[in-house]
Design a binder for this molecule. Sequence first.
Ligand SMILES: [Zn+2]
Length: 53
Amino acid sequence: MSRQIKCECGFVARAETDDEVVAQIEGHIRTAHPDLVETLSRDEIATWVEVVE
Ligand SMILES: [Zn+2]
C-alpha cells in the first residue's frame, strides 16, 4: 500500500507514507506552481492523499 497525490497539472506524487507524499507534492508545487505555495496549508494538502495498492 502506498500513498499518492495527483496535482491538477497531471503530476503524480507517490510515496509509502503520508508525510513523504505531502513533502513530494510540496516540492512540486514550489517549483511548478510557486504562486500556489502561499494559498495552500499542509493540512489542506494532506486531504488530497489517496491510498493506492
Ligand atoms: Zn502541478
